[in-house]
Design a protein around this ligand. Structure first.
Ligand code: HEC
Length: 116
């Protein structure tokens, strides 16, 4: 009985920890809901740059900051600033309410890594 309880606690702890690492499937779902209107997953532009190769161009920290607050990054980060200066899409990267959630940003970044 006691052993089962301890195993249960370890399981819940590990499952919770695992969740923090980001979930590719959850990221894919967010992409289809929020990003697909503007981004393709190959190298071709849509209403924003194609996202193929993005995790080679940018590291996790940059992606996390940019997804959270693109407007702030465009002001403070040279790469993001150049991206905006070269913007030929007629639309800009929005600051999405869902991307204020750190877990959802991690899911998204895991998904972007997985599609490369
Ligand atoms: C309304 C269109 C639109 C939507 C929706 C959108 N983006 Fe963007 N995104 C852009 C544009 C335009 C840029 C180029 C930067 C700029 O000028 O704002 C961009 C830039 C980016 C970049 C940097 C690309 C590079 O080549 O460096 C990433 C990463 C990105 N978006 C990811 C996402 C993700 C993930 C979502 C969904 C959560 C999303 N975007 C939703 C329009 C959009």
């Amino acid at each position: 009985m006691c052993q089962k309880l301890i195993m249960g606690i370890i399981f819940v702890f590990c499952a919770a920890n695992h969740g923090i690492a980001g979930n590719v499937e959850a990221g894919a779902q967010i992409f289809e809901e929020l990003c697909i209107h503007c981004h393709r997953l190959d190298y071709n532009d849509k209403f924003g740059p194609g996202l193929a190769g993005i995790t080679d161009r940018r590291d996790t920290e940059w992606l996390d900051k940019f997804l959270k607050d693109p407007a702030k990054m465009i002001k403070s980060d040279e790469y993001a600033h150049t991206l905006r200066e070269n913007n030929k899409y007629g639309l800009t990267m929005p600051s999405l309410p869902e991307m204020q959630d750190a877990k959802k940003r991690q899911d998204m970044i895991e998904f972007l890594k997985a599609i490369q």
